[in-house]
Write a protein that binds this ligand. Structure first.
Ligand code: MSP
Length: 642
């Protein structure tokens, strides 16, 4: 019982990680570290999902083999996780040989058991989500199967029709077992509200699941039939067990030690796979169910999901360089309610750094150490008897620890850390109310007691925030010479206020951000590669209104190394203020009086606090070189592109 196994989804490697994938991974890392603090032996799994149509198509577009293509992103993933101090135990790649072999054996077991049969599939498929639409979801689909199909309910992109021979897993046979399981385990999915969607999906009737593909070549060869490769989700979900030794002779003990997982973390987009297909696969293999699925909402930009395909993803590397890992981890863990979709904005991040981190935590440490230094105090011993005010602070310390444990038990991270934040404020209030700068002159014993109580409170704060901000909190604990060892239940020990502290000089923990460092412009616009099998309908194309416009004036945007602000005459679409990230490539005078092509029906977007009322079309060579697009001969402003 003293073990804890936690997983993240394995990410598709079509690009570097983005803030959304970082979010899931940080949540898992925080929970893993929290369990370590309580003396648990933990295993934290993350990795990459590398097979399937989506990856094959993206690789083809990049002119690489699928394996070369996925290999090229692995170091970016590992580097990002390192930057953000993601302390995983193992990084699985679904191209790892042990995984491939174990998946094949797993399939063979299902075949032997009679849970798999060969037939043919026809229906609508979403390549970006690698998912088959259910009959209900496919309602209203066009009769002409050459057309694009209904929008995918998960990502809203159009689907395409596939018709091929495949092997089916008898998912329908597990419908009632799944419903019983949900009924008996109401906390299987957390937050609990998400369970209802799953139950109604299963109750609406489960069809057998296609678990092989013949039109896709990039995948795990299906046992006994060279024409087929394993459907990517049947391959990928198994990572959670193959990584810890499933079906590997020499790893039986390891598998028995870690399975079932305590918690599997994921975004709400992939609940169906984890709450329906995954338990059914486990049931078919006579394996126990994971104890909980922790399902979080999406990071949004404005009212849209942050996603590669929408071109609004934020690059973790940029955030790392600008703000450091701890502040970003703090923001993701404490400001996003796991239960909901939450916006992410640079402005909010900077505000939290200034108010919560610099003004509250940093300042508390600073005030205490400065005052001690001023009075030549280095060593602080616990008093013989605590004052009433200090005892009250101790009580608040104890209550906070119990509340945090209660909230984290149900993985309610933002609620848990809101309690810690209150305790930091409470400690600041205590310090202020005691007026230790006066006591230093009048009552040395009382003065030393305030320092001792503050050090104990700081020890709690540093330790309890360690899962969220590991390196900054290690510095804080170092300042009072109170590094913890991950040995036994560290949290329990925080209730004992009997420590002696040695004060040490440490670098400033957090600095206030006086004026905004960067702007939303840094939200990197990166359109997801349109995979070659995805075609769009002419209807989709004409939704985008493209017109010719003449650039009337251009000025560089102050504080931005990328942006130019232009006034563009778009004829009957008016004179538009449009921002373009092309400062590196053009001087303003290169552009004035030139004609370009502009999207005029995009939602206006704020950039550097000003509204951009359109978008200039540029060609991008993939190495960050941009060239604006201009008509071959002068055109009347407002001319439509079609
Ligand atoms: N490969 C599958 C998962 C297989 S697990 C057996 C997959 N990969 S993914 O790269 O698309 O990653 C999806 C996960 O990334 C989401 O479930 C979520 O955890 C995370 N996020 C991606 N975008 C996100 C947001 N905008 N906001 C929050 N999380 C996001 O699906």
């Amino acid at each position: 019982m003293n073990t804890f196994y936690i997983t993240t989804p394995i990410y598709y490697v079509t690009a570097k990680p983005h803030l959304g994938t970082l979010y899931t991974t940080v949540l898992a890392d925080v929970l893993n570290r929290w369990e370590k603090l309580q003396g648990k032996e933990t295993f934290f799994l993350t990795g990459t999902d590398e097979h399937g149509q989506k990856i094959a198509a993206a690789a083809q577009k990049a002119g690489k083999t699928p394996k070369e293509f996925t290999d090229s992103f692995i170091s970016a993933y590992k580097e990002t996780w390192k930057q953000f101090e993601i302390d995983y135990s193992h990084f699985i790649r679904t191209t790892d040989e042990y995984h491939v072999k174990a998946v094949q054996q797993w399939l063979q077991q299902l075949i032997d058991k009679g849970d798999v049969y060969k037939s043919s599939y026809n229906g609508w498929y979403c390549t970006p989500c690698e998912t088959f639409l259910s009959d209900k979801e496919a309602q209203g689909a066009p009769t002409d199967t050459n057309q694009s199909g209904p929008a995918c309910p998960s990502c809203n992109r159009s689907t395409h029709y596939i018709e091929e021979e495949c092997y089916f897993f008898k998912l329908s046979a597990y419908q009632n077992k799944l419903l019983d399981f949900y009924k008996n385990n109401p906390e299987f999915i957390l937050p609990k509200e998400r369970m209802n969607e799953v139950i109604s999906f299963v109750e609406s009737g489960l069809k057998d699941l296609c678990i092989s593909r013949t039109t896709v070549k990039w995948g795990i060869p299906f046992p006994g039939d060279a024409k087929h490769v394993t459907y990517v989700w049947a391959d990928a979900l198994n990572n959670y067990i193959t990584a810890i030794g499933y079906l590997q002779e020499d790893k039986k003990d390891q598998f028995a030690k870690w399975w079932p997982a305590n918690v599997q973390v994921m975004g709400k987009d992939i609940v169906r796979f984890h709450a329906v297909y995954w338990p059914a696969f486990l049931m078919a293999s006579d394996l126990s169910m994971p104890k909980h699925l922790l399902v979080h909402g999406w990071i949004k930009v404005g009212d849209q999901k942050m996603s590669k395909s929408l071109g609004n993803v934020m690059d973790p590397e940029f955030l790392y360089k600008e703000y450091g890992p701890d502040a970003v981890r703090y923001f993701l863990t404490t400001q996003m309610a796991v239960t909901q979709d939450s916006p992410f904005s640079i402005e909010d991040l900077e505000q939290r750094i200034t108010s919560d981190l610099a003004n509250e935590i940093g300042n508390l440490l600073n005030r205490m150490t400065m005052l001690a230094q001023l009075n030549n105090v280095k060593t602080i011993v616990p008093p013989a008897k605590w004052s009433h005010a200090a005892l009250e602070l101790q009580q608040a310390n104890k209550t906070m620890l119990a509340d945090v444990a209660m909230y984290l038990q149900e993985y309610s991270l933002h609620m848990a850390y809101a309690e810690v934040k209150r305790f930091v404020a409470r400690t600041n209030a205590y310090f202020h109310a005691q007026e230790p700068w006066k006591l230093a002159k009048s009552d040395n014993e009382a003065f030393m007691q305030v320092l001792a109580a503050t050090c104990h409170a700081l020890r709690t704060i540093g330790t309890i925030y360690w899962p969220v901000m590991p390196s900054k909190m290690e510095t804080l604990l170092d300042a009072i010479d109170s590094q913890f060892e991950l040995n036994g239940d560290v949290i329990k020990g925080l209730e004992n206020w009997d420590k002696t502290f040695e004060l040490k000089q440490v670098p400033v923990l957090f600095t206030k951000i006086e004026s905004t460092k960067v702007s939303e412009e840094k939200i990197i616009e990166k359109k997801e590669e349109v995979v070659s099998s995805d075609t769009i309908d002419i209807k989709d194309f004409i939704k985008v209104q493209l017109v010719v416009g003449t650039i009337e004036s251009v000025e560089p945007v102050e504080g931005s190394d990328k942006l130019l602000k232009m006034l563009v005459n778009c004829g009957d679409k008016g004179i538009r203020q449009i921002f373009a990230g092309i400062k590196k490539f053009y001087q303003p005078e290169d552009l004035v009086n030139k004609q370009g092509v502009f999207v005029v029906n995009l939602k206006p977007r704020k950039m550097m606090g000003m509204e951009s009322q359109g978008m200039m079309l540029c060609a991008d060579d993939g190495n960050g070189n941009l060239s604006y697009i201009t008509p071959h001969k002068p055109m009347v402003n407002g001319s439509i592109l079609k």
